[in-house]
Ligand binder design. Structure first.
Ligand code: ATP
Ligand code: MG
Length: 570
């Protein structure tokens, strides 16, 4: 490609609304343009890179024996009703009606459709199978964010495994685990594999692949000693043992005028430190009001609660709902003496004595509360969000909590979808058994952005060779000079003929502008051809990643450049 005829709409400034580095750089370097909130167009540069990402993913999927499909984006309501997800999935699903009034969905994932086709598998002899596709997914995300990291329409490689039994799906899962590691390595970044919540997907085991990054929206707890790693939606930790005094014979009511928060009570004279308080949350969980008790300085991990009570939705109650349920306003709520509401308490409160909590009366609290004695706890669960520095649940070393981007997710699904769709096979004894499924996803655009998050500097993107739109840019310093022009053309021909992806910067621009653009757009190698170099028989080769420069004698230059690029292709 010649730059003079390419569409590369670079900008001088970062987009005003962008925070994530990949968002800024992909817009400024001319790779993506927003069409509306959470919907982006890819320019030819980005599409070239995306196809390379796709190529790597495809190679690794074929390597584990997966077979490529292409399923529709437009799905009938009935098939989603069969799995229960027409109702279980809320506003994230795009829904529409056709001209006859039939209800449809735009596919946000394809478990239902693949399981539907798996009904044509009849015997254990046709298992195992791994099926995959690259297809657009539509999700009406509440907060599309950070350029193409979180969008409402994106391309996913989704694969599904079909096995006779648990051992089978374990094997398919492990193969994907390995394939995913190879994929991210080839894309040019390191990931942490973490235990994750399976959420609305169902199933019992899932692993997310996380890239550490400030642009992320997921927090993971990580143990540098034993390697334990889990999403905070799932992570556990151990706390140091609490030292409680004997407390009082019964809770004692005391005035707390103006106290509305945990901090207020911690500061008040005669109050209590946050870790001696009981925090009482009033939430609606799948339409039922529940009281959730945590230590005052702890936060609720909503997904942990949802997973343990097998619920889909949670929201805090409105003040009116709280007043109707407890007869008090937020600020002095408590569960002592509450009989008609379901009370769930976090494990960290077990056996705690001499605690302070709201008295369900504005301006009053109770002290001397013995949690197990004074509160009718219906369920003890691990509900607390893990904090930085708390003990690893495996080895007790301090955990570090890190911000990450989820780049891939693999699930063992069990038989939820095969039972719903009727995907059964005959086993060796002739019994009909539901196929055991797994599902595995990687978002292409998010991964493209992740590559940028992990590979950039102040001047722009530093693509790894594997995903660069062009591997080499030839910068002709003086296109008006006949020798320069001719040498540029010669290199362009020869490098292209050797199979490299080459951009020839033949624009009539100042060299400084061309160098800056080349850095911004991020080509891994730049060959600079100028009159001075030519006069002394050399061209200059610059590696983008570290700025390493070499003068190459013209006679061997092509060979050296090809070798450098091929060395880094993997
Ligand atoms: P998230 O928690 O970030 O919303 P998810 O758990 O909903 O992700 P999955 O359903 O597991 O994601 O989808 C598999 C992969 O698809 C993710 O690992 C990610 O690479 C990609 N992906 C998911 N949602 C989006 C999105 N809104 N925009 C871009 N890529 C996405
Ligand atoms: Mg999501």
């Amino acid at each position: 490609m010649r730059w003079s005829s390419a569409f590369i709409p670079t900008l001088r400034e970062d987009p005003a609304d962008a925070e994530a580095i990949s968002h800024k750089l992909l817009v400024r370097a001319g790779y993506v343009r927003q069409l509306m909130a959470g919907v982006y167009s890819l320019t030819p540069l980005a599409f070239r890179s995306l196809r390379k990402v796709e190529g790597i993913v495809r190679e690794e999927m074929e390597r584990i024996g997966a077979q490529e499909f292409r399923l529709p984006c437009l799905h009938p309501k009935e098939i989603w009703e069969r799995s229960g997800r027409w109702d279980a999935v809320g506003e994230e699903m795009f829904r529409l009606e056709d001209r006859r009034g039939a209800e449809l969905a735009l596919g946000m994932t394809h478990e239902e459709i693949f399981a539907h086709h798996a009904t044509e598998l009849r015997s254990y002899k046709s298992l195992p199978q791994i099926w995959y596709q690259f297809q657009s997914k539509f999700r009406d995300e509440a907060r599309p964010k950070s350029g193409v990291l979180r969008v409402r329409e994106f391309t996913m490689k989704d694969s599904y495994s079909f096995d006779l039994d648990q051992a089978g799906v374990d094997e398919a899962f492990d193969r994907h685990f390995e394939a995913y590691h190879r994929i991210f390595k080839r894309l040019g970044f390191d990931v942490i594999a973490v235990e994750a919540s399976s959420g609305v997907m169902g199933g019992n085991q899932s692993i997310e692949f996380m890239l550490e990054s400030d642009a992320g929206e997921d927090w993971v707890a990580y143990c540098g000693k034993c390697g334990y790693a889990a999403n905070l939606e799932k992570a556990q930790s151990v706390l140091s043992e609490a030292q409680d005094g004997p407390g009082l014979e019964a809770p004692e009511r005391f005035p707390t005028p103006g106290v509305k928060t945990i901090e207020d009570l911690a500061k008040m004279e005669g109050g209590a430190a946050a870790e001696r308080q009981i925090k009482t949350l009033v939430h609606v969980v799948d339409e039922k009001i529940v009281l959730i008790l945590l230590r005052g300085d702890h936060q609720l991990a909503e997904q942990k609660l949802l997973d343990q009570v097998e619920a889909g939705e949670i929201r805090p109650c409105q003040p009116e709902e709280i007043r109707a349920a407890l007869g008090a306003s937020p600020g002095s709520l408590g569960a002592v003496g509450v009989e008609d509401l379901y009370v769930i308490a976090d494990e960290a409160l077990r056996a705690r004595r001499d605690m302070v909590t709201g008295a369900n009366e504005d301006g009053f609290h109770l002290r001397g509360v013995d949690v197990e004695r004074d509160i009718d706890v219906k369920a003890w669960l691990d509900l607390r969000e893990v904090g930085d520095g708390e003990g690893c649940p495996m080895c007790r070393e301090p955990l570090s909590v890190r911000k990450t981007i989820e780049v891939g997710h693999i699930f063992k699904l069990g038989t939820k979808y095969s039972e719903a769709m009727g995907a059964y096979v005959q086993d060796e004894k002739g019994d009909s058994v539901p196929i055991v499924m797994g599902s595995y996803g990687i978002g292409l655009e998010r991964n493209l952005a992740a590559v940028v998050e992990a590979n950039h500097d102040d001047d722009g993107i530093c693509w790894p060779v594997n995903v660069a739109p062009y591997e080499v840019v030839i910068t002709v310093v003086k296109p008006g000079d006949v020798d320069c022009h001719e040498a540029g053309e010669r290199f362009y021909e020869a490098l292209g003929a050797a199979g490299l992806d080459v951009m020839l910067d033949d624009r009539d621009e100042r060299p400084g502008v061309k160098f800056k653009d080349a850095d911004l757009v991020g080509f891994p190698y730049r060959v600079t051809i100028g009159p001075k170099g030519l006069a002394s028989g050399v061209v200059e080769l610059v590696r983008r990643r570290d700025g390493q420069k070499r003068d190459l004698p013209i006679a061997h230059a092509i060979e050296t450049i090809v070798e450098a690029v091929l060395d880094e292709r993997a």
